[in-house]
Design a protein around this ligand. Structure first.
Ligand SMILES: Nc1nc2c(ncn2[C@@H]2O[C@H](COP(=O)(O)OP(=O)(O)OP(=O)(O)O)[C@@H](O)[C@H]2O)c(=O)[nH]1
Length: 560
Protein backbone atom coordinates (compact mmCIF):
# COMPACT_ATOMS: atom_id res chain seq x y z
CA UNK A 1 0.00 0.00 0.00
CA UNK A 2 2.63 2.51 1.10
CA UNK A 3 4.83 1.67 -1.86
CA UNK A 4 2.27 3.09 -4.28
CA UNK A 5 2.28 6.45 -2.63
CA UNK A 6 4.50 9.20 -3.96
CA UNK A 7 5.28 12.72 -2.74
CA UNK A 8 6.23 14.03 0.67
CA UNK A 9 5.37 12.41 3.99
CA UNK A 10 2.74 15.11 4.53
CA UNK A 11 1.09 14.21 1.21
CA UNK A 12 1.13 10.54 2.11
CA UNK A 13 -0.45 11.25 5.49
CA UNK A 14 -3.12 13.40 3.84
CA UNK A 15 -3.87 10.63 1.38
CA UNK A 16 -4.24 8.16 4.25
CA UNK A 17 -6.65 10.53 6.00
CA UNK A 18 -8.76 10.85 2.85
CA UNK A 19 -8.76 7.09 2.45
CA UNK A 20 -9.84 6.71 6.07
CA UNK A 21 -12.75 9.14 5.54
CA UNK A 22 -13.88 7.27 2.41
CA UNK A 23 -13.66 3.87 4.05
CA UNK A 24 -15.47 5.07 7.16
CA UNK A 25 -18.23 6.60 5.03
CA UNK A 26 -18.81 3.25 3.36
CA UNK A 27 -18.81 1.40 6.70
CA UNK A 28 -21.30 3.83 8.24
CA UNK A 29 -23.57 3.53 5.19
CA UNK A 30 -23.51 -0.25 5.43
CA UNK A 31 -24.42 -0.08 9.07
CA UNK A 32 -27.25 2.37 8.52
CA UNK A 33 -28.61 -0.08 5.99
CA UNK A 34 -28.31 -2.97 8.47
CA UNK A 35 -30.14 -1.02 11.17
CA UNK A 36 -32.91 -0.12 8.73
CA UNK A 37 -33.36 -3.80 7.96
CA UNK A 38 -33.55 -4.86 11.63
CA UNK A 39 -36.43 -7.15 12.46
CA UNK A 40 -37.91 -6.63 15.93
CA UNK A 41 -39.17 -10.24 15.94
CA UNK A 42 -35.77 -11.72 15.17
CA UNK A 43 -33.17 -11.47 17.94
CA UNK A 44 -29.81 -10.40 16.49
CA UNK A 45 -27.14 -10.19 19.17
CA UNK A 46 -24.33 -10.04 16.62
CA UNK A 47 -25.34 -6.67 15.19
CA UNK A 48 -24.94 -4.97 18.58
CA UNK A 49 -21.48 -6.42 19.01
CA UNK A 50 -20.45 -5.38 15.50
CA UNK A 51 -21.80 -1.87 15.93
CA UNK A 52 -19.98 -1.44 19.22
CA UNK A 53 -16.76 -2.72 17.69
CA UNK A 54 -17.05 -0.36 14.72
CA UNK A 55 -17.67 2.70 16.90
CA UNK A 56 -14.87 1.71 19.28
CA UNK A 57 -12.46 1.44 16.39
CA UNK A 58 -13.58 4.72 14.78
CA UNK A 59 -13.30 6.55 18.10
CA UNK A 60 -9.72 5.40 18.36
CA UNK A 61 -8.59 6.03 14.82
CA UNK A 62 -10.50 9.16 13.70
CA UNK A 63 -8.49 11.53 15.90
CA UNK A 64 -5.24 10.25 14.46
CA UNK A 65 -6.52 11.19 11.01
CA UNK A 66 -7.41 14.70 12.22
CA UNK A 67 -11.19 14.09 12.66
CA UNK A 68 -11.38 15.18 16.29
CA UNK A 69 -15.08 16.14 16.49
CA UNK A 70 -15.99 12.91 14.73
CA UNK A 71 -13.95 10.96 17.29
CA UNK A 72 -15.71 12.73 20.20
CA UNK A 73 -19.19 12.10 18.79
CA UNK A 74 -18.32 8.51 17.99
CA UNK A 75 -17.24 7.98 21.60
CA UNK A 76 -20.62 9.27 22.88
CA UNK A 77 -22.48 6.95 20.54
CA UNK A 78 -20.18 4.05 21.44
CA UNK A 79 -21.15 4.50 25.09
CA UNK A 80 -24.88 4.31 24.27
CA UNK A 81 -24.41 1.18 22.18
CA UNK A 82 -22.31 -0.35 24.97
CA UNK A 83 -25.28 0.09 27.30
CA UNK A 84 -27.50 -1.91 24.91
CA UNK A 85 -24.93 -4.71 24.87
CA UNK A 86 -25.15 -4.83 28.65
CA UNK A 87 -28.96 -5.05 28.80
CA UNK A 88 -29.84 -7.73 31.41
CA UNK A 89 -32.17 -9.75 29.20
CA UNK A 90 -31.48 -8.75 25.65
CA UNK A 91 -33.54 -11.40 23.94
CA UNK A 92 -36.83 -10.66 25.69
CA UNK A 93 -36.16 -6.91 25.41
CA UNK A 94 -35.22 -7.19 21.74
CA UNK A 95 -38.26 -5.31 20.40
CA UNK A 96 -37.50 -2.33 22.68
CA UNK A 97 -33.77 -2.40 21.79
CA UNK A 98 -34.66 -2.50 18.08
CA UNK A 99 -36.89 0.48 18.40
CA UNK A 100 -34.20 2.50 20.21
CA UNK A 101 -31.60 1.47 17.66
CA UNK A 102 -33.82 2.72 14.84
CA UNK A 103 -35.12 5.84 16.53
CA UNK A 104 -32.04 7.01 18.44
CA UNK A 105 -28.91 5.32 17.17
CA UNK A 106 -29.72 5.50 13.46
CA UNK A 107 -30.15 9.31 13.41
CA UNK A 108 -26.95 9.66 15.42
CA UNK A 109 -25.12 7.46 12.93
CA UNK A 110 -26.42 9.72 10.17
CA UNK A 111 -25.15 12.79 12.03
CA UNK A 112 -21.81 11.09 12.42
CA UNK A 113 -21.75 10.38 8.71
CA UNK A 114 -22.50 14.00 7.83
CA UNK A 115 -19.74 15.12 10.19
CA UNK A 116 -17.41 13.05 8.09
CA UNK A 117 -18.49 14.79 4.93
CA UNK A 118 -18.42 18.28 6.45
CA UNK A 119 -14.97 17.94 8.05
CA UNK A 120 -12.25 19.96 6.37
CA UNK A 121 -9.47 17.98 4.72
CA UNK A 122 -7.42 16.89 7.71
CA UNK A 123 -3.89 18.20 7.92
CA UNK A 124 -1.09 16.25 9.46
CA UNK A 125 -0.05 17.40 12.89
CA UNK A 126 3.18 19.41 13.20
CA UNK A 127 5.51 17.29 11.12
CA UNK A 128 9.10 17.78 12.20
CA UNK A 129 11.43 18.07 9.25
CA UNK A 130 13.83 15.18 8.83
CA UNK A 131 17.32 15.56 10.18
CA UNK A 132 19.76 16.35 7.39
CA UNK A 133 22.79 15.22 9.36
CA UNK A 134 21.78 13.17 12.37
CA UNK A 135 25.27 13.08 13.81
CA UNK A 136 25.99 16.82 13.55
CA UNK A 137 26.92 18.33 16.89
CA UNK A 138 28.53 21.64 17.73
CA UNK A 139 29.95 22.98 20.96
CA UNK A 140 29.56 26.68 21.55
CA UNK A 141 31.79 28.28 24.12
CA UNK A 142 30.65 31.64 25.38
CA UNK A 143 33.85 33.49 26.12
CA UNK A 144 34.85 34.20 29.65
CA UNK A 145 38.03 35.61 31.07
CA UNK A 146 40.12 33.29 33.21
CA UNK A 147 42.49 30.38 32.83
CA UNK A 148 39.78 27.68 32.99
CA UNK A 149 38.08 28.78 29.79
CA UNK A 150 41.26 28.97 27.70
CA UNK A 151 42.55 25.59 28.90
CA UNK A 152 39.18 23.96 28.32
CA UNK A 153 39.05 25.27 24.77
CA UNK A 154 42.52 23.89 23.98
CA UNK A 155 41.72 20.46 25.46
CA UNK A 156 38.36 20.07 23.73
CA UNK A 157 40.00 20.84 20.39
CA UNK A 158 42.30 17.83 20.97
CA UNK A 159 39.26 15.59 21.28
CA UNK A 160 38.07 16.66 17.83
CA UNK A 161 34.83 18.45 18.78
CA UNK A 162 33.44 21.05 16.35
CA UNK A 163 33.93 24.24 18.34
CA UNK A 164 32.53 27.74 17.95
CA UNK A 165 33.65 30.51 20.31
CA UNK A 166 31.31 33.46 20.77
CA UNK A 167 31.38 36.57 22.91
CA UNK A 168 27.67 36.47 23.43
CA UNK A 169 24.98 33.73 23.30
CA UNK A 170 22.70 36.11 21.36
CA UNK A 171 24.90 35.69 18.28
CA UNK A 172 24.19 31.97 18.34
CA UNK A 173 21.56 31.73 15.60
CA UNK A 174 23.90 33.40 13.08
CA UNK A 175 26.65 30.86 13.78
CA UNK A 176 24.70 27.68 13.08
CA UNK A 177 23.94 25.90 9.86
CA UNK A 178 20.23 25.18 9.27
CA UNK A 179 20.90 21.42 9.29
CA UNK A 180 22.50 21.50 12.72
CA UNK A 181 21.10 18.78 14.98
CA UNK A 182 22.61 19.53 18.35
CA UNK A 183 24.20 22.44 20.13
CA UNK A 184 25.88 22.33 23.51
CA UNK A 185 26.43 25.78 24.99
CA UNK A 186 29.14 26.05 27.61
CA UNK A 187 29.28 29.28 29.59
CA UNK A 188 30.09 30.75 32.97
CA UNK A 189 27.12 30.62 35.34
CA UNK A 190 26.82 34.44 35.28
CA UNK A 191 25.69 34.07 31.64
CA UNK A 192 23.06 31.39 32.42
CA UNK A 193 19.98 33.58 31.81
CA UNK A 194 21.22 34.87 28.48
CA UNK A 195 22.11 31.29 27.37
CA UNK A 196 18.67 29.97 28.35
CA UNK A 197 17.03 32.84 26.41
CA UNK A 198 19.14 31.97 23.39
CA UNK A 199 18.15 28.29 23.78
CA UNK A 200 14.42 29.14 23.86
CA UNK A 201 14.72 31.37 20.81
CA UNK A 202 16.66 28.74 18.88
CA UNK A 203 14.24 25.95 19.69
CA UNK A 204 11.30 28.07 18.57
CA UNK A 205 12.86 28.70 15.18
CA UNK A 206 14.40 25.22 14.69
CA UNK A 207 12.10 22.69 16.44
CA UNK A 208 14.26 19.61 15.78
CA UNK A 209 17.37 21.20 17.31
CA UNK A 210 18.61 19.77 20.61
CA UNK A 211 20.11 22.55 22.74
CA UNK A 212 21.92 21.82 26.02
CA UNK A 213 23.23 24.52 28.32
CA UNK A 214 26.14 23.67 30.61
CA UNK A 215 27.54 26.19 33.03
CA UNK A 216 30.68 26.27 35.04
CA UNK A 217 31.13 28.15 38.26
CA UNK A 218 33.15 28.10 41.42
CA UNK A 219 30.60 27.63 44.20
CA UNK A 220 28.96 24.60 45.81
CA UNK A 221 25.96 26.43 47.24
CA UNK A 222 22.76 24.28 46.99
CA UNK A 223 20.25 27.12 46.56
CA UNK A 224 22.36 28.77 43.86
CA UNK A 225 22.59 25.46 41.99
CA UNK A 226 18.85 24.96 42.43
CA UNK A 227 18.24 28.39 40.88
CA UNK A 228 20.35 27.43 37.88
CA UNK A 229 18.40 24.17 37.45
CA UNK A 230 15.11 26.12 37.71
CA UNK A 231 16.30 28.48 34.98
CA UNK A 232 16.78 25.46 32.71
CA UNK A 233 20.54 24.86 32.92
CA UNK A 234 21.23 21.20 32.07
CA UNK A 235 24.62 20.69 33.69
CA UNK A 236 26.95 22.44 36.10
CA UNK A 237 30.69 21.96 36.52
CA UNK A 238 32.95 23.42 39.10
CA UNK A 239 36.11 25.04 37.79
CA UNK A 240 38.10 22.17 39.25
CA UNK A 241 36.53 19.66 36.83
CA UNK A 242 39.23 18.38 34.49
CA UNK A 243 38.97 18.61 30.71
CA UNK A 244 38.91 14.78 30.25
CA UNK A 245 35.98 14.60 32.66
CA UNK A 246 34.12 17.28 30.69
CA UNK A 247 34.99 15.60 27.39
CA UNK A 248 33.68 12.28 28.70
CA UNK A 249 30.46 13.99 29.86
CA UNK A 250 30.01 15.66 26.45
CA UNK A 251 30.59 12.37 24.64
CA UNK A 252 28.00 10.69 26.85
CA UNK A 253 25.50 13.49 26.13
CA UNK A 254 26.07 13.01 22.44
CA UNK A 255 25.68 9.24 22.54
CA UNK A 256 22.48 9.60 24.61
CA UNK A 257 21.13 12.13 22.11
CA UNK A 258 21.85 9.78 19.22
CA UNK A 259 20.30 6.89 21.13
CA UNK A 260 17.20 9.01 21.74
CA UNK A 261 16.42 9.03 18.02
CA UNK A 262 17.44 5.45 17.41
CA UNK A 263 14.53 3.45 18.75
CA UNK A 264 12.99 0.37 17.19
CA UNK A 265 9.27 -0.15 17.57
CA UNK A 266 6.97 -2.95 16.46
CA UNK A 267 3.31 -1.95 16.11
CA UNK A 268 0.50 -4.51 15.90
CA UNK A 269 -2.90 -3.14 14.92
CA UNK A 270 -5.58 -4.54 12.61
CA UNK A 271 -6.29 -1.15 11.01
CA UNK A 272 -3.85 -0.99 8.09
CA UNK A 273 -4.34 2.70 7.35
CA UNK A 274 -3.74 3.57 10.98
CA UNK A 275 -0.62 1.40 10.97
CA UNK A 276 0.65 3.19 7.90
CA UNK A 277 -0.02 6.55 9.54
CA UNK A 278 1.94 5.51 12.65
CA UNK A 279 4.74 4.15 10.49
CA UNK A 280 5.09 7.35 8.47
CA UNK A 281 4.87 9.57 11.55
CA UNK A 282 7.52 7.66 13.47
CA UNK A 283 9.97 6.66 10.75
CA UNK A 284 10.14 10.27 9.66
CA UNK A 285 11.87 11.11 12.95
CA UNK A 286 14.45 8.35 12.64
CA UNK A 287 12.65 5.64 14.64
CA UNK A 288 12.74 2.23 12.92
CA UNK A 289 9.22 0.86 12.61
CA UNK A 290 7.82 -2.57 11.78
CA UNK A 291 4.09 -3.08 11.50
CA UNK A 292 1.84 -6.14 11.64
CA UNK A 293 -1.87 -6.09 10.89
CA UNK A 294 -2.35 -9.63 12.21
CA UNK A 295 -0.32 -11.13 15.02
CA UNK A 296 0.39 -14.63 13.65
CA UNK A 297 3.92 -13.65 12.59
CA UNK A 298 4.72 -11.78 15.77
CA UNK A 299 7.35 -14.17 17.13
CA UNK A 300 9.42 -14.33 13.97
CA UNK A 301 9.27 -10.52 13.60
CA UNK A 302 10.23 -10.03 17.26
CA UNK A 303 13.25 -12.31 16.85
CA UNK A 304 14.39 -10.85 13.61
CA UNK A 305 13.70 -7.14 14.33
CA UNK A 306 14.50 -7.09 18.09
CA UNK A 307 12.35 -4.04 18.85
CA UNK A 308 12.95 -1.84 21.90
CA UNK A 309 9.22 -1.63 22.52
CA UNK A 310 5.97 -3.17 21.26
CA UNK A 311 2.80 -1.14 20.65
CA UNK A 312 -0.18 -3.46 20.76
CA UNK A 313 -3.76 -2.72 19.77
CA UNK A 314 -6.22 -4.10 22.34
CA UNK A 315 -9.12 -5.14 20.10
CA UNK A 316 -8.05 -6.77 16.86
CA UNK A 317 -10.99 -8.74 15.50
CA UNK A 318 -10.29 -12.34 16.50
CA UNK A 319 -7.40 -11.37 18.75
CA UNK A 320 -7.25 -9.64 22.09
CA UNK A 321 -4.14 -7.53 22.91
CA UNK A 322 -3.82 -8.58 26.60
CA UNK A 323 -3.99 -12.27 25.62
CA UNK A 324 -1.24 -11.66 23.07
CA UNK A 325 0.80 -9.86 25.75
CA UNK A 326 0.43 -12.90 27.99
CA UNK A 327 1.43 -15.18 25.11
CA UNK A 328 4.53 -13.09 24.41
CA UNK A 329 5.55 -13.38 28.06
CA UNK A 330 5.46 -17.20 27.68
CA UNK A 331 8.91 -16.81 26.13
CA UNK A 332 11.58 -15.80 28.65
CA UNK A 333 13.49 -13.71 26.10
CA UNK A 334 10.52 -11.31 25.85
CA UNK A 335 9.83 -11.05 29.58
CA UNK A 336 11.32 -7.57 29.80
CA UNK A 337 10.10 -6.21 26.45
CA UNK A 338 8.09 -3.04 27.21
CA UNK A 339 4.55 -3.48 25.85
CA UNK A 340 2.29 -0.47 25.40
CA UNK A 341 -1.40 -0.94 24.65
CA UNK A 342 -3.12 1.21 22.08
CA UNK A 343 -6.81 1.43 22.66
CA UNK A 344 -9.85 3.68 22.62
CA UNK A 345 -10.78 2.18 25.99
CA UNK A 346 -11.18 4.99 28.53
CA UNK A 347 -12.53 2.98 31.41
CA UNK A 348 -9.74 3.01 34.03
CA UNK A 349 -10.80 -0.35 35.47
CA UNK A 350 -10.64 -1.98 32.04
CA UNK A 351 -7.28 -0.35 31.44
CA UNK A 352 -5.93 -1.62 34.78
CA UNK A 353 -7.17 -5.15 34.01
CA UNK A 354 -5.39 -5.08 30.65
CA UNK A 355 -2.22 -3.69 32.22
CA UNK A 356 -2.21 -6.43 34.84
CA UNK A 357 -1.63 -8.88 32.00
CA UNK A 358 1.95 -8.22 31.13
CA UNK A 359 2.03 -4.67 29.77
CA UNK A 360 3.62 -1.43 30.94
CA UNK A 361 1.51 1.47 29.72
CA UNK A 362 -1.78 2.39 28.13
CA UNK A 363 -2.02 4.91 25.31
CA UNK A 364 -5.57 6.01 24.75
CA UNK A 365 -6.64 6.45 21.14
CA UNK A 366 -6.93 8.88 19.46
CA UNK A 367 -3.24 9.56 19.86
CA UNK A 368 -1.84 12.76 18.44
CA UNK A 369 1.27 12.46 16.29
CA UNK A 370 3.25 14.42 18.87
CA UNK A 371 2.14 12.19 21.75
CA UNK A 372 2.94 9.08 19.73
CA UNK A 373 6.38 10.34 18.77
CA UNK A 374 7.29 11.47 22.28
CA UNK A 375 5.99 8.34 24.01
CA UNK A 376 7.77 6.04 21.59
CA UNK A 377 10.98 8.07 21.71
CA UNK A 378 11.13 8.20 25.52
CA UNK A 379 10.10 4.56 25.96
CA UNK A 380 12.67 3.35 23.41
CA UNK A 381 15.36 5.44 25.06
CA UNK A 382 14.61 4.09 28.54
CA UNK A 383 14.39 0.52 27.23
CA UNK A 384 17.77 0.92 25.53
CA UNK A 385 19.37 2.39 28.63
CA UNK A 386 18.08 -0.47 30.74
CA UNK A 387 19.07 -3.18 28.31
CA UNK A 388 22.52 -1.58 27.94
CA UNK A 389 22.93 -1.70 31.68
CA UNK A 390 22.03 -5.37 31.70
CA UNK A 391 23.89 -6.28 28.53
CA UNK A 392 27.15 -4.39 29.02
CA UNK A 393 30.22 -5.38 30.95
CA UNK A 394 30.80 -2.81 33.68
CA UNK A 395 34.58 -2.43 33.20
CA UNK A 396 34.64 -1.96 29.44
CA UNK A 397 31.08 -1.09 28.42
CA UNK A 398 31.27 -3.90 25.83
CA UNK A 399 28.63 -6.60 25.36
CA UNK A 400 28.73 -9.38 27.93
CA UNK A 401 29.66 -12.96 26.99
CA UNK A 402 26.12 -14.28 26.38
CA UNK A 403 25.10 -11.20 24.39
CA UNK A 404 28.07 -11.27 22.02
CA UNK A 405 27.43 -14.98 21.45
CA UNK A 406 23.85 -14.10 20.59
CA UNK A 407 25.11 -11.45 18.14
CA UNK A 408 27.33 -14.06 16.46
CA UNK A 409 24.24 -16.27 16.16
CA UNK A 410 22.12 -13.45 14.70
CA UNK A 411 24.80 -12.54 12.19
CA UNK A 412 25.31 -16.18 11.19
CA UNK A 413 21.58 -16.49 10.48
CA UNK A 414 21.66 -13.27 8.44
CA UNK A 415 24.64 -14.54 6.41
CA UNK A 416 22.79 -17.72 5.58
CA UNK A 417 19.57 -15.89 4.69
CA UNK A 418 21.07 -13.12 2.56
CA UNK A 419 24.39 -14.70 1.48
CA UNK A 420 26.38 -11.70 2.67
CA UNK A 421 29.88 -12.13 4.12
CA UNK A 422 30.71 -11.53 7.80
CA UNK A 423 33.61 -12.39 10.05
CA UNK A 424 34.00 -13.32 13.68
CA UNK A 425 37.17 -12.51 15.60
CA UNK A 426 38.56 -13.88 18.87
CA UNK A 427 41.12 -11.58 20.39
CA UNK A 428 43.33 -11.99 23.45
CA UNK A 429 45.95 -9.93 25.28
CA UNK A 430 49.43 -11.48 25.25
CA UNK A 431 51.14 -12.46 28.51
CA UNK A 432 48.56 -10.54 30.44
CA UNK A 433 49.20 -12.47 33.61
CA UNK A 434 52.66 -10.86 33.61
CA UNK A 435 51.10 -7.39 33.40
CA UNK A 436 48.97 -8.09 36.45
CA UNK A 437 51.83 -9.71 38.33
CA UNK A 438 54.28 -6.91 37.55
CA UNK A 439 52.11 -3.80 37.82
CA UNK A 440 49.04 -4.86 39.79
CA UNK A 441 45.44 -5.67 38.90
CA UNK A 442 44.42 -1.97 38.74
CA UNK A 443 46.93 -1.29 35.98
CA UNK A 444 45.78 -4.47 34.25
CA UNK A 445 42.25 -3.07 34.26
CA UNK A 446 43.47 0.13 32.59
CA UNK A 447 45.02 -1.97 29.80
CA UNK A 448 41.76 -3.92 29.31
CA UNK A 449 39.80 -0.64 29.15
CA UNK A 450 42.28 0.86 26.70
CA UNK A 451 41.86 -2.05 24.31
CA UNK A 452 38.07 -1.83 24.64
CA UNK A 453 38.18 1.90 23.80
CA UNK A 454 40.51 1.36 20.89
CA UNK A 455 38.17 -1.29 19.47
CA UNK A 456 35.14 1.02 19.92
CA UNK A 457 36.98 3.87 18.26
CA UNK A 458 38.39 1.97 15.31
CA UNK A 459 35.61 -0.48 14.45
CA UNK A 460 32.42 0.50 12.63
CA UNK A 461 29.20 1.31 14.47
CA UNK A 462 27.65 -1.79 12.93
CA UNK A 463 30.37 -4.10 14.32
CA UNK A 464 29.53 -5.80 17.60
CA UNK A 465 32.20 -6.05 20.28
CA UNK A 466 32.01 -8.19 23.39
CA UNK A 467 34.15 -9.05 26.37
CA UNK A 468 34.25 -12.80 25.95
CA UNK A 469 36.27 -13.59 29.05
CA UNK A 470 38.72 -11.80 31.37
CA UNK A 471 41.21 -10.55 28.76
CA UNK A 472 39.56 -12.16 25.76
CA UNK A 473 37.31 -10.26 23.32
CA UNK A 474 34.98 -11.33 20.50
CA UNK A 475 34.02 -9.15 17.54
CA UNK A 476 31.42 -9.67 14.81
CA UNK A 477 31.94 -7.68 11.63
CA UNK A 478 28.95 -7.77 9.26
CA UNK A 479 29.32 -7.13 5.52
CA UNK A 480 33.03 -7.95 5.76
CA UNK A 481 35.28 -10.38 3.86
CA UNK A 482 38.05 -12.33 5.59
CA UNK A 483 40.87 -10.28 4.02
CA UNK A 484 39.18 -6.99 4.94
CA UNK A 485 38.71 -8.18 8.51
CA UNK A 486 42.34 -9.24 8.69
CA UNK A 487 43.46 -5.82 7.45
CA UNK A 488 41.37 -3.95 10.03
CA UNK A 489 42.54 -6.21 12.85
CA UNK A 490 46.14 -5.79 11.77
CA UNK A 491 45.78 -1.98 12.08
CA UNK A 492 44.23 -2.40 15.51
CA UNK A 493 47.06 -4.71 16.55
CA UNK A 494 49.70 -2.19 15.45
CA UNK A 495 47.98 0.79 17.15
CA UNK A 496 47.44 -1.14 20.35
CA UNK A 497 51.07 -2.25 20.58
CA UNK A 498 52.02 1.43 20.17
CA UNK A 499 50.13 2.56 23.29
CA UNK A 500 52.30 3.45 26.24
CA UNK A 501 51.06 2.37 29.65
CA UNK A 502 52.45 3.77 32.87
CA UNK A 503 52.78 2.15 36.27
CA UNK A 504 54.59 4.44 38.69
CA UNK A 505 57.84 5.41 36.97
CA UNK A 506 57.71 2.42 34.60
CA UNK A 507 56.37 2.50 31.09
CA UNK A 508 55.35 -0.62 29.17
CA UNK A 509 53.52 -1.87 26.07
CA UNK A 510 51.16 -4.78 25.61
CA UNK A 511 50.44 -6.79 22.46
CA UNK A 512 47.48 -8.82 21.32
CA UNK A 513 46.81 -11.90 19.21
CA UNK A 514 43.68 -12.67 17.19
CA UNK A 515 42.04 -15.44 15.19
CA UNK A 516 39.54 -14.69 12.43
CA UNK A 517 36.93 -16.89 10.74
CA UNK A 518 34.44 -16.21 7.96
CA UNK A 519 30.98 -16.94 9.39
CA UNK A 520 29.71 -18.13 6.01
CA UNK A 521 32.20 -21.04 6.01
CA UNK A 522 30.62 -22.77 9.03
CA UNK A 523 27.35 -24.59 9.58
CA UNK A 524 26.71 -22.84 12.90
CA UNK A 525 27.74 -19.75 14.86
CA UNK A 526 29.32 -22.03 17.49
CA UNK A 527 31.46 -23.76 14.86
CA UNK A 528 32.66 -20.37 13.54
CA UNK A 529 33.52 -19.17 17.05
CA UNK A 530 35.38 -22.40 17.72
CA UNK A 531 37.32 -21.98 14.46
CA UNK A 532 38.29 -18.38 15.34
CA UNK A 533 39.37 -19.59 18.79
CA UNK A 534 41.49 -22.35 17.23
CA UNK A 535 43.13 -19.76 14.96
CA UNK A 536 43.86 -17.61 18.01
CA UNK A 537 45.39 -20.60 19.80
CA UNK A 538 47.53 -21.29 16.75
CA UNK A 539 48.65 -17.66 16.71
CA UNK A 540 49.70 -17.92 20.36
CA UNK A 541 51.72 -21.04 19.50
CA UNK A 542 53.38 -19.27 16.56
CA UNK A 543 54.66 -16.41 18.69
CA UNK A 544 51.79 -14.04 19.58
CA UNK A 545 51.41 -10.36 18.50
CA UNK A 546 49.72 -11.28 15.21
CA UNK A 547 46.55 -12.34 13.41
CA UNK A 548 45.76 -15.86 12.13
CA UNK A 549 43.03 -16.89 9.71
CA UNK A 550 40.90 -19.93 10.55
CA UNK A 551 41.12 -22.96 8.32
CA UNK A 552 37.91 -23.73 6.51
CA UNK A 553 36.58 -27.27 6.69
CA UNK A 554 34.58 -29.31 4.20
CA UNK A 555 31.31 -31.04 4.99
CA UNK A 556 33.24 -33.99 6.50
CA UNK A 557 35.12 -31.70 8.87
CA UNK A 558 38.45 -31.97 6.97
CA UNK A 559 40.55 -28.84 6.26
CA UNK A 560 39.81 -27.57 2.74
N1 LIG B 1 43.43 -6.88 35.68
C1 LIG B 1 42.60 -7.84 35.29
N2 LIG B 1 43.08 -9.06 35.00
C2 LIG B 1 42.23 -9.99 34.56
C3 LIG B 1 40.86 -9.75 34.44
N3 LIG B 1 40.28 -10.89 33.98
C4 LIG B 1 41.27 -11.82 33.84
N4 LIG B 1 42.45 -11.27 34.18
C5 LIG B 1 43.75 -11.90 34.21
O1 LIG B 1 44.17 -12.24 32.92
C6 LIG B 1 45.22 -13.21 33.03
C7 LIG B 1 45.09 -14.23 31.96
O2 LIG B 1 46.18 -15.05 32.04
P1 LIG B 1 46.45 -16.30 31.10
O3 LIG B 1 45.14 -16.96 30.74
O4 LIG B 1 47.49 -17.14 31.72
O5 LIG B 1 46.93 -15.68 29.76
P2 LIG B 1 48.16 -14.71 29.44
O6 LIG B 1 49.04 -14.49 30.60
O7 LIG B 1 47.58 -13.51 28.77
O8 LIG B 1 48.96 -15.58 28.39
P3 LIG B 1 48.66 -15.79 26.86
O9 LIG B 1 47.18 -15.60 26.63
O10 LIG B 1 49.09 -17.18 26.59
O11 LIG B 1 49.46 -14.80 26.10
C8 LIG B 1 45.11 -13.81 34.46
O12 LIG B 1 46.16 -13.32 35.23
C9 LIG B 1 43.80 -13.22 34.96
O13 LIG B 1 43.83 -12.98 36.36
C10 LIG B 1 40.37 -8.45 34.79
O14 LIG B 1 39.19 -8.14 34.72
N5 LIG B 1 41.28 -7.52 35.20
Amino acid sequence: MAENMTGSVEDKLKLLSQRFAERTGTELNEFRHKLNQLNSQQYNEEILRQLHQLLHRLTGSAGTFGLHEFSRQSRVLEQSVKEFTQYPDQQSNWAAICSQLKNQVLPQLERLHSLLKDSPAPASQSMVSAPADPTGNVLVLIEHSGAFFGALREELLHYGFTLVTLENAEQLDQSLSPTQQSVIIIAHETRATCCINAKTKLQQSVPHLSVTVICFGSHEDFSRRYTLAAKGVDGLFSESTTAPEIAEYLQRLESERLQASEGKVLIVDDDEDLLEHYRLTLSHTGIQVRTLSTPEEIFSVLSEFQPDILLLDVNMGDYHGPTLARLIRFQPEWLSLPIIYLSAEQDRTEQRKALAIGADEFLTKPISDIELRETVRIRCFRARQLSQLLARDSLTGLLKHSLIKQEVGNEHARCQRLSVPAVVVMLDLDHFKKVNDSYGHGTGDIVIKALANLLKQRLRKTDKIGRYGGEEFAVVMPECQLTQGEQILEEIRVHFSGLHFKAGSEEFNVTLSAGIALLNDYPSAEAALEAADQALYQRKQLGRNGISLAQTVDSKGNPS
